[in-house]
Design a binder for this molecule. Structure first.
Ligand code: AMP
Ligand code: ZN
Length: 118
């Protein structure tokens, strides 16, 4: 289901443009508008769900499909030797856009270590 004020629902519906990486009937992958590495794209379920914390068993198939597709897309996008998967969740996870999205971050070279102490 689409949520009217949700930017990623609008991207999924084609109402806001995106640079598409992959699309099928239930998943969209598109390049992050502010990439933090040479490869940085987002994978979303087209149906609105606010965050990973809001998911239930009914979301397991699409979440599984997203994760099992990530490696192929990452390789195709130029990240042949691995990548990082980030799902910022809620206030503590510093989520900005409240439509569940999986960041796939990589490139030809190693990424910085995961979280630096502040
Ligand atoms: P977060 O919710 O913290 O995981 O971050 C949201 C991510 O969405 C950020 O990396 C943004 O750069 C990205 N983003 C926001 N708006 C767009 C957009 N219109 N197209 C592509 N990426 C976007
Ligand atoms: Zn949405």
């Amino acid at each position: 289901m689409k949520k009217d004020d949700c930017i990623f629902c609008k991207i999924a519906a084609g109402e806001i443009p995106s640079r598409k990486v992959y699309e099928d009937d239930e998943i969209l992958a598109f390049h992050d508008i502010q990439p933090v590495a040479p490869v940085h794209f987002l994978m979303i379920p087209k149906d609105h769900v606010a965050s990973l914390a809001e998911t239930g068993p009914e979301h397991a198939p699409v979440l599984g499909r997203i994760l099992s597709l990530a490696g192929r897309l990452a390789r195709e996008q130029g990240s042949p030797d691995g990548f990082r998967v980030i799902v910022n969740t809620g206030r503590v996870g510093r989520q900005d856009v409240y439509h569940l999205h999986v960041h796939i971050i990589g490139g030809p070279d190693r990424l910085p270590r995961m979280i630096a102490p502040e």
